[in-house]
Design a protein around this ligand. Structure first.
Ligand code: HEC
Ligand code: HEC
Ligand code: HEC
Ligand code: HEC
Ligand code: HEC
Ligand code: HEC
Ligand code: HEC
Ligand code: HEC
Ligand code: HEC
Ligand code: HEC
Length: 318
């Protein structure tokens, strides 16, 4: 009997913790962000705000957030404002128009960390689980660099831009240049996005990759490269990026170097003469610069470069 009760107690304690976490998230101390909000309370009705902020209220009401707040959290419009801008009583009570701004929380003046804490009241799970300590958090990037919450600027994810890549390009300009190279994955055709491989909110893998390792990330879409193969090519198993530039290149199949240079970064002294000078000896081999670009060079014979399942494919020739 005693055991049953304590087990029940434990169970309900566990339930209590999990449900309270879901509802509340971590709280924000508004008084710490802006001392004017110490002791402030919810101000009453959104109608009073319309006089001065009609545009913002209307545009916010059309966002997905406003709908989620209502449906999922049961929040009124005013409670919604207060969940990001703090309790409003001080703002409403302030008689001096010029001082009104200082009596609320404005995203123009608070730090990136404070902004992030405000959003994280409700977003510390799922996609944003690993935000803390992520490369972006450490670099003082805040949620509002990529998301706009006051009006609907995109159909999905409250993105500041219909095309989420453009948010990334404001800081990662080199990646836009790479994407424009001749060999690329269909990002600029809008069939993929940076988020196909990266979680900009943080991840357990290096380089904010969405899977545990680089290769696992590639296997999401290129399953046939996973194997297992009878004859494995070591660098393929290890790291796709030893040969490919994931963001685009001007060589065949997004390779980092053209043939035969690529292979020769690792195979300089091999069974048959395949140094740059000797390679012309090989039928369909490396040869002149022209053929390097058009021809497949080493791949003419070693065509199963990602590994082979043929009993005699040990040299990846079949
Ligand atoms: C009498 C006019 C008036 C009323 C009523 C009023 N505000 Fe304001 N509000 C202002 C002024 C002025 C500012 C400062 C604007 C600025 O600095 O650009 C401001 C600023 C704000 C800001 C900060 C904006 C930012 O990020 O810089 C928020 C949020 C806000 N008001 C919400 C509300 C809400 C919610 C209500 C209703 C409870 C309300 N206001 C009622 C005049 C008003
Ligand atoms: C999810 C959080 C969130 C909610 C909810 C929210 N705001 Fe904002 N608000 C922001 C952020 C972030 C900005 C800064 C936007 C930017 O990047 O310019 C902002 C900016 C503003 C501004 C100032 C814009 C400017 O440039 O002067 C006003 C006014 C404002 N909000 C009022 C409101 C009102 C009124 C509501 C409720 C109807 C509301 N906000 C709900 C996050 C929020
Ligand atoms: C560097 C840009 C960037 C920053 C900073 C950023 N996000 Fe995002 N966020 C994105 C992109 C891109 C997506 C779309 C992801 C996808 O398509 O899978 C997204 C999606 C989301 C989603 C929707 C996830 C879903 O399941 O559909 C939420 C919620 C979100 N972000 C919250 C946040 C919060 C909270 C912060 C700040 C702590 C933040 N974001 C910071 C770029 C960013
Ligand atoms: C009061 C809680 C709350 C706060 C604060 C909040 N959000 Fe949200 N947000 C939600 C809910 C609820 C959803 C619906 C999705 C869900 O249930 O995960 C959502 C969804 C989103 C989405 C996905 C929208 C889509 O199209 O699917 C993004 C992006 C997002 N929030 C960003 C932010 C940012 C940025 C901030 C801070 C400026 C913020 N949120 C603050 C509750 C909140
Ligand atoms: C406001 C500027 C800004 C925006 C917008 C931005 N980033 Fe970043 N990003 C940074 C900074 C700063 C770093 C850290 C750079 C460093 O440490 O060298 C970084 C680092 C990264 C890294 C490397 C992480 C690591 O572990 O080294 C990746 C991947 C990345 N960003 C992807 C993205 C993607 C995808 C987007 C768009 C959804 C995006 N970024 C938008 C500023 C930004
Ligand atoms: C097909 C998967 C894939 C896509 C799509 C992708 N990346 Fe990457 N990204 C990677 C991999 C893998 C790395 C690891 C290092 C490397 O191979 O360059 C990386 C590394 C990075 C880095 C950190 C290292 C560096 O080169 O500075 C940044 C920043 C980055 N990516 C930004 C972006 C942006 C912005 C986009 C969208 C335009 C994007 N990535 C799209 C796979 C991808
Ligand atoms: C979200 C899906 C997705 C992910 C993840 C992905 N790819 Fe791709 N990849 C594609 C698509 C789609 C194509 C275009 C296929 C086509 O045109 O037939 C492509 C094409 C390629 C090509 C051939 C490009 C050319 O010019 O012919 C290479 C090489 C490649 N991917 C390597 C990688 C590597 C390396 C990774 C991991 C860093 C990766 N992919 C992750 C979807 C993906
Ligand atoms: C040893 C260098 C090397 C490594 C490592 C490598 N590849 Fe490749 N990959 C190539 C070469 C060379 C081609 C061009 C093949 C051709 O034209 O016949 C290619 C072509 C591709 C293509 C486009 C043609 C096709 O076969 O579908 C994809 C997709 C691809 N690689 C994905 C990957 C993935 C995913 C990985 C990691 C698991 C990877 N590669 C690792 C050398 C490599
Ligand atoms: C990043 C280094 C690297 C690159 C680039 C590379 N390889 Fe390899 N390759 C290896 C390693 C390591 C082995 C395994 C050697 C062993 O087991 O002794 C291997 C094995 C081979 C084998 C089988 C040889 C044997 O001894 O079993 C062939 C054939 C081969 N590679 C051809 C190529 C070709 C063709 C290219 C260019 C498309 C290429 N490799 C690019 C590292 C590389
Ligand atoms: C004309 C076809 C052909 C071309 C072109 C060719 N190879 Fe080979 N290669 C072969 C054959 C066949 C073997 C296996 C010989 C054997 O197993 O007895 C081989 C073996 C190898 C081996 C294994 C050698 C060892 O020491 O065990 C490597 C590594 C290799 N080739 C790399 C390359 C590279 C790099 C290139 C481009 C510079 C290249 N091959 C071009 C046909 C070719």
């Amino acid at each position: 009997m005693f055991r049953a009760i304590s087990a029940l107690g434990l169970l309900s304690a566990a339930l209590f913790i999990s449900s309270s976490q879901v509802q509340a998230g971590s709280k924000v101390d508004w008084g710490k962000i802006n001392p004017r909000l110490n002791g402030a309370t919810s101000s009453g009705s959104i109608k009073g705000c319309l006089d001065c902020h009609e545009d913002y209220i209307k545009s916010f009401a059309r966002t997905k957030h406003a709908q989620f707040y209502k449906k999922k959290l049961g929040k009124s419009l005013l409670e919604s404002c207060e969940s990001c801008h703090g309790p409003m009583s001080a703002h409403v009570a302030e008689p001096d128009f010029a001082k009104k701004g200082a009596a609320t929380v404005s995203f123009k003046t608070i730090s990136p960390q404070q902004k992030n804490r405000i959003c994280q009241q409700c977003h510390e799970k799922q996609v944003t689980l690993h935000w803390r300590g992520s490369a972006h958090e450490m670099a003082n990037v805040s949620c509002d660099k990529c998301h706009y919450v006051m009006a609907r600027k995109s159909k999905r994810q409250l993105s500041i831009n219909e095309d989420s890549k453009k948010a990334c390009f404001t800081c990662h300009q080199d990646k836009r240049a790479r994407m424009l190279r001749s060999a690329h994955m269909p990002l600029r055709e809008n069939k993929m996005s940076c988020a196909s491989c990266h979680n900009p909110h943080g991840s357990l893998a290096p380089n904010l990759l969405i899977k545990a390792s680089l290769n696992e990330t590639c296997y999401i879409c290129h399953q046939e490269k996973r194997g297992p193969m009878l004859w494995e090519h070591a660098p393929v198993r290890e790291d796709c990026s030893s040969c490919h530039d994931s963001h685009g290149s001007n060589h065949l199949s997004m390779l980092k170097l053209k043939q035969p240079y690529l292979c020769q970064t690792c195979h300089s002294n091999v069974f048959h003469p395949s140094t740059l000078f000797d390679a012309t000896e090989l039928p369909g081999g490396a040869g002149t610069a022209r053929r390097d670009i058009l021809g497949k060079s080493c791949l003419n014979c070693h065509s199963r470069i990602h590994g082979s399942n043929h009993p005699s494919g040990v040299r990846f020739t079949r």
